[in-house]
Design a protein around this ligand. Structure first.
Ligand code: KG4
Ligand code: ZN
Length: 327
């Protein structure tokens, strides 16, 4: 079995995965969303302190599996350096005390492999990764052969939901609350500009849309609940339309056999619905991770670690460091 740790942002999570079967033996996550909500976003220093509290509590619960462990895996990139360090320090201490090898896992690969938790992997695959930190289209041929086809030039899809929610004091994370309010709003009420509509390139940008929403909010002054719902619905429609315009271009050039949406923001029902339609049109198989595995969790890190374990992709204790950006 492999014990995996995730602490790249505001979720403290530990999982234990059986190597031979991919079976999830143990999985727990303590989210810090409530504590950060009052600030309208993640406060790194607070996040680190909360990991110090939560991670040992979870670890205590899975002590009984320690004798069966073959390796310790941990997310080391990308993420907030101060929070990544909490997981990495715990992983090093465990590796030393239990005399086990260490596996460094890339968080983004974790999101991709959230599709294969307790399952075999299906590759090759084209993936839309939408999270709080990333908006990317990635061609995945194997765990070690991934190619980024498109990225965002500025804000990410999830981040734009968080920022728009903050403008209206809706709390953090913004994605779920904006989606909820949008159900009662008029998505045609505001005609926000779809980013990069005229650009032939397949790339993303969310800062212009975010600013257009800010200008509208300032223009409206005090917002009624009805107006907030209309802004949410119009913003969400435009944010999804931007992704869909670019995906349509991609499918037109070369429709993939397998397509997937992963990352915390892949929970968005509007996006899921539109991508389902597109895949249906091109007879592309669509894979989605289970809702409980869309946001950050250690089960997806453990799933990647199983693959790395099989090819002895270990890292020396003194070489394991955190990286805030993708390599
Ligand atoms: O993957 P994740 O848990 O953390 C990162 O690695 O960033 O993603 C969190 C992001 C947040 O920005 C959150 O607002 C967004 O995912 N999100 C959503 C939805 N649920 C979560 N965005 C849009 N619609 C949703 N339903
Ligand atoms: Zn994530």
């Amino acid at each position: 079995m492999i014990l995996s740790i995730e602490s790249s942002c505001d979720d403290s999570s530990i999982a234990i995965t059986e190597i031979a079967t991919n079976r999830l033996i143990y999985h727990k996550k303590i989210s810090q969303e409530l504590q950060h909500s009052v600030y309208g976003g993640v406060v790194p220093e607070l996040a680190a302190r909360l990991h110090v509290e939560a991670l040992p509590k979870i670890l205590e619960e899975c002590k009984e599996y320690f004798p069966k462990l073959k390796a310790i895996a941990v997310t080391n990139a990308p993420g907030l350096s101060v929070t990544l360090m909490e997981g990495v320090t715990m992983a090093k201490a465990l590796a030393i005390s239990l005399n086990l090898p260490l596996i460094a896992v890339n968080h983004l690969k974790g999101h991709i492999y959230s599709l294969f938790i307790e399952k075999d992997s299906i590759l090759p695959l084209t993936v839309l990764l939408v999270s709080g930190g990333h908006t990317q289209i990635i061609e995945v041929n194997s765990l070690s052969a991934m190619k980024i086809l498109a990225s965002t030039m500025d804000d990410s899809f999830g981040e734009s939901f968080d920022k728009v929610a903050k403008m209206m004091d809706l709390g953090y994370p913004g994605g779920p609350v904006i989606q909820e309010l949008s159900f009662n709003g008029d998505s045609q009420k505001f005609d926000f500009p779809v980013p990069l509509r005229q650009s032939p390139k397949i790339e993303f940008s969310y800062s212009g849309l975010k600013n257009a929403v800010r200008v509208e909010i300032e223009k409206q002054g005090i917002l009624s609940d009805e107006m907030k719902a209309d802004i949410c619905a119009s913003f969400q429609r435009t944010a999804v339309e931007h992704i869909m315009q670019k995906l349509k271009k991609l499918f037109k050039q070369h429709a993939p056999k397998n397509f997937a949406i992963v990352g915390g923001a892949s929970a968005n029902v509007c996006l899921r619905g539109e991508v389902e339609k597109l895949c249906g049109k091109y007879a592309t198989a669509l894979m989605l991770s289970e809702l409980k595995y869309c946001s950050d969790n250690a089960a997806m890190i453990g799933r990647v670690a199983v693959e790395q374990y099989k090819v002895s992709d270990f890292i020396k204790i003194d070489e394991l460091d955190v990286q805030t950006r993708v390599k």
